[in-house]
Design a protein around this ligand. Sequence first.
Ligand code: ZN
Length: 164
Amino acid sequence: MNAELPNFGKAKNKAMEILEANFIIDPPVIAQKLAEYYGLTVRYSFFKPEYNEISGFIEAERQMIVVNAEEPPARQNFTVAHELGHYLLEHDLLGSEYTCLFRNPAKQVNTPIEQEANCFAANLLVPTYILRKYINDYPFATDEQLSKIFGVSSDVVRFRKLYL
Ligand SMILES: [Zn+2]
């Protein structure tokens, strides 16, 4: 396996495995509950102004996900799912620059493990089979309305629709 390329199949399969193992068939998927189930603590913290561009990070040694307390709940849900992805995909978390999720995508380090963690989070929170069901059942639902059902931002819904 080429270490330079993200393994999206692995990330997606891991997300599906977690949903199945926890009998999750309906949204919203609450990432914090899953993180706690897998032994992680989730802490909401107010960051210093110089760090307020950071959405969250994981402290692997303390088994703790730290989330920016000032962001909207939908964003926080994605942050926890992303960090949980690093943990469950057994990414090497010792290089701290890889463990921070930035709010601004332009600042995000776009390494393979970051892309895998995002892929995991998107598939965990908005599985295509559940999204498809909701779009069939509620064909006039807006992205905004769907985002409330799934507990994510409407950007994530728009992105996930590309995969249907
Ligand atoms: Zn990350």
